[in-house]
Design a protein around this ligand. Structure first.
Ligand SMILES: *[C@@H]1O[C@H](CO)[C@@H](O)[C@H](O)[C@H]1NC(C)=O
Ligand SMILES: *[C@@H]1O[C@H](CO)[C@@H](O)[C@H](O)[C@H]1NC(C)=O
Ligand SMILES: *[C@@H]1O[C@H](CO)[C@@H](O)[C@H](O)[C@H]1NC(C)=O
Length: 637
């Protein structure tokens, strides 16, 4: 009797607190009750402003502002920085997350450092998209969204979300900057390409929502990005401010559709793009680089408030893309761009400043932002009501996903669980199936094409393009040994190299067959000496073209794998067989970084049949308005 009486008193206190928040409640009580209204009432203006900020600390210099190194363990300086500002969240990068146990402990220590002063636990986020953009050193890499699009198997989109969600959740990472909801209609897109499910609006809408639901089923917050859409750009917003000039009708019936589908299915977070969309908002604002320019989406109240929240009915949290990206900083400055984004109704500002030591002048940017936003409130360009509404959205999200109820206990048991979940054999088995089913056969000589049958004389030249070239070659030799194929190989890496007597030709001369990789990132400065690499220019295209024609002249079968954006396959009509694999990362330090190259090798040697279908239209390299291989194309054997 007595015990149940106590319980009922407690329950009614909790209920009362939600309704009216008694004055003698302190923040601890509000957190215990998980009452957002109560929590908000106990926050200072400064705390509300910093609740809207998500910094990173992938690199740090302890003791002085000297050389930095990757942050894998908490240190007292970062702990004091977190405790000082009481941020709303943090974002982790690859240097923070090399190992499973280490990552879990770091995440715990981040939460503990924050809890020294801030009763509101942190959102902990990461860019674990799968494929090209993955951060967990020991996590399941997955073949990437475009590969999943090529499988045409919607279950795989769900499983990507579930696998990543399970792994992040096991580590205490409660949010993910994924799925990518961009429709990659532009073959010259330098930054999205294989991160998109494809060029078809309904495919992207369906798969992005399935991926999001998979994440949410593991209690990880999904973030559809990059609103209003980064698929139809030829510039990378890390470096330039892209301008999407499509009509309003077109944007509403294409770019916005995957976001609308995700919203209709209850997605909780959407990330903005630093991109101009004059058809949605043609307002101009002064640029620090001179003149007035069209407001980018991240700073546009019309796009974020009127269209996204108003017309599209999104009630969740809007997070910016990284605020240190040149597109934003060059034009609007670090502090002003955050102020403008808040006025536009943005909730979370990602990486508003990136100090890398305690005495870093970039530390004061946080103080300048706090002062600036307070000034905006005083001036009426931003209001307390808007600030409260934004922080309420953030706190509601934290409540919904159990972040307010964060409990750092049982670390040993959580480590045991994480070690069994992150990169598990079960996850890798599904990853392999996905990668196998993605391989898309573009052309194949019926006599000399795949499968490549070896005999006692077979010698294979392997020509691969990557920055750290041995990784792709190792991925192939590792796979051959897993398949039990013992064949001499003659490897060559052609990064920044033109095909010549010693580069490529000599290796082909010694071989009976050639396996060739091609990797196009249209305007990657580091890959192409700063020259925009269209399909007709640059070693990245001319080397493979010359290798194919040379191998043909010597009557040696050549098997070409498109490793990244599949648009390069249009060049390879003379290849004995051409496959699109949609993933380029090789084998590094005992880890197969992406499953795509092994899958292509299985198809070339006949261990797996090609079943992938192109998830994008591929245009003619001679006439870019003509479709050479349409969406849905893919040979079977
Ligand atoms: C971060 O630290 C790593 C070494 O841990 C270094 O390779 C990298 O260049 C650093 N990055 C920056 C931006 O300083
Ligand atoms: C962006 O496109 C619009 C509409 O075509 C055009 O008016 C504007 O000048 C363009 N802005 C830039 C920076 O190219
Ligand atoms: C394909 O081979 C033919 C015959 O050698 C040659 O004329 C043509 O230029 C080649 N095409 C390409 C795209 O390399």
């Amino acid at each position: 009797m007595k015990i149940s009486g106590i319980i009922s008193v407690t329950v009614s206190l909790l209920a009362a607190s939600i309704a009216q928040t008694p004055d003698d409640y302190v923040m601890d009580d509000c957190i215990k009750c998980q009452s957002v209204k109560c929590i908000l009432s106990k926050m200072t203006v400064e705390e509300k402003i910093t609740q809207k900020m998500i910094p990173e600390f992938r690199n740090w210099s302890v003791g002085s502002c000297g050389a930095t190194s990757g942050v894998t363990v908490m240190n007292s300086e970062i702990a004091s920085y977190l405790a000082k500002y009481k941020f709303g969240g943090v974002i982790l990068f690859a240097p923070n997350t090399p190992q499973t146990q280490q990552t879990l402990v770091l995440v715990d220590d981040i939460q503990q450092a924050n809890l020294q002063t801030n009763k509101i636990p942190l959102l902990v986020t990461i860019d674990q998209e799968g494929g090209a953009v993955t951060r967990l050193g020991q996590g399941t890499m997955l073949p990437g969204s475009m590969a999943v699009g090529a499988t045409r198997n919607p279950n795989y989109a769900s499983q990507c979300g579930q696998i990543i969600g399970e792994e992040l959740s096991a580590l205490g990472i409660n949010a993910n900057n994924a799925p990518d909801a961009d429709i990659n209609t532009n073959p010259l897109n330098p930054v999205i390409n294989v991160r998109s499910f494809g060029s078809d609006t309904s495919l992207v809408a369906e798969y992005a929502t399935l991926y999001y639901k998979g994440l949410a089923s593991k209690n990880v917050i999904a973030t559809a990005k990059h609103f209003p859409g980064h698929g139809d750009t030829t510039a990378d917003s890390h470096f330039f401010l892209p301008n999407v000039t499509s009509s309003k009708d077109y944007v509403y019936s294409h770019e916005l559709v995957p976001f609308q589908t995700a919203i209709d299915n209850g997605i909780d977070m959407i990330m903005t793009a630093h991109i101009q969309y004059p058809a949605l908002d043609s307002t101009t604002i002064p640029s620090k680089a001179g003149g007035d320019i069209i407001v980018p989406a991240t700073l546009s109240k019309v796009i974020l408030n009127d269209i996204l929240r108003g017309e599209m009915g999104f009630q969740g949290v809007v997070i910016s893309d990284a605020m240190n990206m040149d597109a934003i900083v060059t034009n609007f400055g670090q502090v002003d761009s955050v102020r403008l984004s808040f006025q536009a109704s943005l909730d979370f500002s990602l990486m508003p400043s990136i100090p890398t030591c305690l005495a870093d002048p970039l530390m004061s940017v946080f103080d300048q932002i706090i002062a600036g936003v307070k000034q905006d409130i005083a001036d009426g360009t931003y209001t307390m009501e808007e600030l409260d509404a934004s922080v309420t959205r953030i706190l509601n999200l934290k409540k919904k996903y159990g972040i307010l109820a964060y409990d750092g206990s049982n670390q040993a048991a959580r480590i045991t669980n994480a070690l069994s979940v992150v990169g598990s054999a079960d996850h890798k088995a599904i990853e392999t199936q996905m990668a196998n089913d993605a391989i898309t056969l573009i052309n194949n000589d019926p006599v000399r094409g795949i499968p490549l049958n070896i005999d006692a004389n077979t010698k294979i030249a392997i020509l691969m393009p990557e920055v750290a070239p041995e990784k792709q070659i190792l991925a192939i030799t590792q796979t051959l040994s897993e398949l039990g194929i013992n064949v001499p190989v003659i490897p060559f890496s052609y990064l920044n190299t033109q095909f010549s007597a010693t580069a490529g030709q000599a290796q082909i001369d010694q071989a009976t067959h050639v396996i060739l990789g091609s990797q196009i990132i249209v305007n990657s400065p580091e890959l192409d000496g700063g020259v925009i690499n269209t399909v007709s220019n640059g070693w990245a295209t001319t080397f493979p073209l010359n290798a194919i024609n040379y191998a043909n002249s010597k009557n040696k079968p050549i098997f070409t794998i498109s490793l990244r954006s599949p648009y390069d396959v249009a060049n390879f009509v003379n290849s004995t067989a051409t496959l699109a694999a949609y993933g380029y990362k090789g084998y590094d330090a005992g880890v197969m970084m992406e499953p795509n190259i092994p899958a292509a090798i299985r198809v070339i040697f006949g261990n797996v049949k090609p079943v992938g279908k192109l998830p994008v239209d591929i245009y003619s390299p001679i006439d870019p308005t003509t479709i050479m291989y349409p969406y849905g194309y893919g040979l079977t054997i």
